[in-house]
Design a protein around this ligand. Structure first.
Ligand code: GTB
Length: 218
């Protein structure tokens, strides 16, 4: 049975790899699992067929036979548990890698998403300009200890793991803000992640899909 994931038919990020199907593609590429993609329009994402896969009508989802999953953290963990290459073999190392997966999604990503919300959905609000420095400081409160913990290491806990895959994916969203460059160790960490052949394949695949999609009707 071939794994099928869902992705934006035409990603609003212009093929920059920021939509979350890229994380799932990356995990599948790391473990060498072939996959197919079901592209969805914004309308199709809210139709019953997709709501049956994803209660919130979002992408990405993951299907393997009768199993249907949503939430990138759960999907990446599932892939990492079913295939070698994304979690250490020893039980304690595995548990620590899973801690980093949760840290990426529950501790580091939320303030980054607040910045995205402030810059895009709330950019016309009168209080946004005043709020932005606070939001940026909340991100720094996560980046500084993360940079300190990473130190001069290549990856967060020994060899590359699903924890690094999610952490790099989360940090990539920060690049346009300039905040990542305040922490050269983290900028280098993200660049190491992006240089992995599996990431390149994932990135190229989502970009090719964007370029192949017809522009939305106006
Ligand atoms: N917690 C869920 C997960 O991790 O899987 C969140 C899934 C999610 O946010 N999906 C987004 C979605 O389907 C796409 S990835 N949005 C449509 C909707 O909610 O109706 C988030 C995303 C969107 C756009 C950009 N971008 O343009 O740069 C980047 C990331």
């Amino acid at each position: 049975m071939t794994v099928t994931i869902t992705a934006f038919e035409r990603s609003p990020d212009g093929g920059r790899g920021l939509a979350r199907d890229t994380r799932v593609r990356w995990a599948l590429e790391e473990v060498g699992c072939p996959y197919e993609v079901r592209p969805l329009s914004f309308g199709a994402m809210k139709e019953p067929a997709h709501l049956a896969r994803h209660p919130f009508g979002q992408i990405p989802t993951y299907e393997d036979g009768e199993l249907v999953l949503f939430e990138t953290g759960a999907i990446v963990l599932h892939i990492a548990e079913r295939h070698a290459g994304l979690l250490p073999a020893d039980a304690n190392g595995r548990a620590r890698a899973i801690s980093w997966m949760f840290a990426a999604l529950n501790t580091v990503e939320p303030p980054i998403l607040e910045l995205v919300t402030a810059r895009f959905q709330e950019r016309d609000r009168p209080w946004t300009e005043e709020r932005l420095p606070l939001v940026r400081d909340r991100i720094r409160e996560r980046l500084a200890p993360l940079a300190a913990r990473l130190g001069a290491a290549d990856w967060l806990d020994g060899t590359f793991s699903a924890g690094d895959l999610l952490m790099v994916s989360v940090l990539l969203r920060l690049r346009p803000s300039g905040l990542l460059d305040e922490y050269p160790g983290l900028a280098a960490y993200v660049a190491r992640g992006e240089a992995r052949p599996a990431y390149r394949r994932a990135f190229d695949a989502q970009r090719a899909a964007f370029l192949a999609a017809a522009p939305p009707a106006t």
